[in-house]
Design a protein. Structure first.
Ligand SMILES: *Cc1c(COP(=O)(O)O)cnc(C)c1O
Length: 474
């Protein structure tokens, strides 16, 4: 393909992209294919001769698109969203066009300096202390791994890195029983031993019990373990429960433990003043992560990781082979030393586009709109005699189930709701997922897709009620 042909194709692609996004709500939200359907349509080997872009694009539309779940559909209420937005998409086009590999300052000074600055902006918007530093990681899972590795190195005076773990104490990491699986994964692969991940019980609202944390730390010390770190959730994945961060921070300060805050989803809400109180105690924490790629309209991947002391972070990760040394090293941020990968995409650009194009006010309005839509549905569900909520809804995730009057057997209710969810998702008209809370099967409905409006929520709620009513007759 030459430049002229690229220009012609790209114009057509942009038209297709705008059409797709204008009509994305008409596609079945969850892909309706069976395992193997897509693979069976693909040749067994790569083509020997180059093919025409028109043919490739036709196959994209005919083979690939039906096998995609449409995450940008406003009928998408599943998991947590992975939102895009127009400004973010435009920036992604430029990032791909530049094709820069931004591993160190010299390989693209603007990428390093823009990242430093937009992470400052973002930190200010959500209430991260001014003295902290920010860096973009790929995912919250990466950020949490980075946090635990840094905690490990700080506690061992960087000897774990130097000598391996054999001569180190048996460290312990604590988090509530509702924490995301990425925490346990990080403990496991940080070499701390999965058995040393201590799950602390939660209260009736699925938030960590700080007094149980204090007891667990005390007991571990008595038994010869070395408490290392606590991970607190600001918005759990199952139900967006918020751990009592300031109480946990006090315990961590007193016990000299690393405190990492996992706000992967709900961290975005901190740009709204009414949620600021949730991170009281942040000055005593050591690290904080949230994902603009979930609920801040910035395409995946873009995870915002903030640390109180970037010196510990860099000392944990830095490695300086001769071929990567430059004259600027003393004056600039080389983000290769701020995490695991060497190579880095230019991700700050899309965040910059989003922050400028929406403005702080525009972001607040959009998030508030999502929260208002969710709270409206909460009222409808609470008023319905045959539905019930099974957790508080402090943001825009609703955990609920169908519970027809007179039907109280837990196993029957679980099976009924699993059937309801399967039917809803098979309709292609909306997409929800589930979890378990206190042992019960619960449907999760998140109202946070960038373009979601009242009519999408109304359509979802109507279909849920109708499908449930029909189930009962079956
Ligand atoms: C989504 C989520 C994660 C994992 O996020 P990734 O960026 O996909 O790694 C971690 N913690 C919580 C609370 C989440 O909701």
């Amino acid at each position: 393909m030459n430049n002229e042909e690229f220009r012609r194709q790209a114009h057509q692609f942009v038209d297709w992209m705008a059409d797709y996004l204008a009509t994305v709500e008409d596609y079945p939200v969850r892909a309706q294919v069976q395992p193997g359907d897509v693979r069976d349509q693909l040749p067994a080997a790569a083509p020997e001769r180059g093919e025409a872009m028109d043919d490739i694009f036709r196959d994209f539309q005919e083979i690939i698109l039906p096998g995609m779940t449409h995450w940008q559909s406003p009928h998408f209420f599943a998991y947590f969203p992975a939102n895009g937005s127009y400004p973010s998409l435009l920036a992604e086009m430029l990032t791909a066009t530049l094709g820069a590999q931004c591993m160190i300052w010299e390989t693209s000074p603007a990428a390093a300096e823009l990242e430093e600055q937009v992470m400052k902006w973002l930190g200010q918007l959500i209430g991260i202390p001014d003295s902290w530093s920010g860096v973009i990681q790929s995912t919250a899972s990466d950020a949490t791994l980075v946090a635990l590795l840094t905690a490990r190195e700080r506690a061992s005076d960087f000897q774990y890195n130097a000598q391996g773990g054999a001569s180190q104490p048996r460290y312990r990491v604590y988090g509530s029983a509702e924490l995301h699986s990425s925490i346990e994964k990080a403990v496991k692969i940080a070499g701390l031993g999965r058995e040393n991940y201590v799950k602390i019980p939660v209260d009736e609202h699925f938030a960590m019990r700080p007094e149980a944390l204090a007891v667990a730390i005390h007991d571990d010390r008595m038994n010869g373990y070395t408490p290392l770190a606590v991970v607190a959730a600001l918005g759990t994945t199952s139900s967006t429960a918020v751990d009592p961060i300031s109480l946990i921070a006090d315990i961590c300060t007193e016990e000299d433990l690393w405190l990492h805050i996992d706000a992967a989803y709900a961290g975005s809400a901190l740009i709204l003043p009414q949620y600021r109180d949730l991170i009281r105690g942040i000055e005593q924490a050591d690290s904080f992560v949230f994902n603009p790629h979930k609920w801040l309209f910035t395409h995946f991947d873009c995870s915002a990781y903030f640390v109180r002391n970037h010196g510990h972070l860099i000392r944990t990760f830095e490695i300086s082979p001769e071929y990567l040394k430059t004259q600027a090293d003393a004056q600039v941020n080389n983000y290769r030393d701020w995490g695991v990968p060497l190579g880095r995409r230019f991700r700050a650009l899309k965040l910059w586009f989003v922050l400028r194009s929406f403005g702080a006010e525009g972001l607040r309005q959009r998030l508030q709109h999502h929260i208002d839509l969710a709270q409206g549905l909460v009222r409808e569900i609470d008023a319905h005699p045959d539905f019930e909520r099974l957790a508080p809804a402090p943001f825009n995730l609703i955990c609920f189930r169908y519970h027809p009057r007179g039907l109280d057997d837990p196993a029957t209710l679980d099976a009924l709701n699993a059937r309801l969810l399967a039917e809803l998702n098979a309709s292609g008209q909306l997409y929800l997922t589930h979890t378990r809370l206190a042992g019960n099967y619960v449907m999760r409905l998140v109202i946070g897709q960038t373009e979601v409006q009242q009519r999408h929520v109304d359509a979802a709620w109507e279909r849920i009620q109708k499908t449930a009513a029909n189930l009962e007759q079956a």
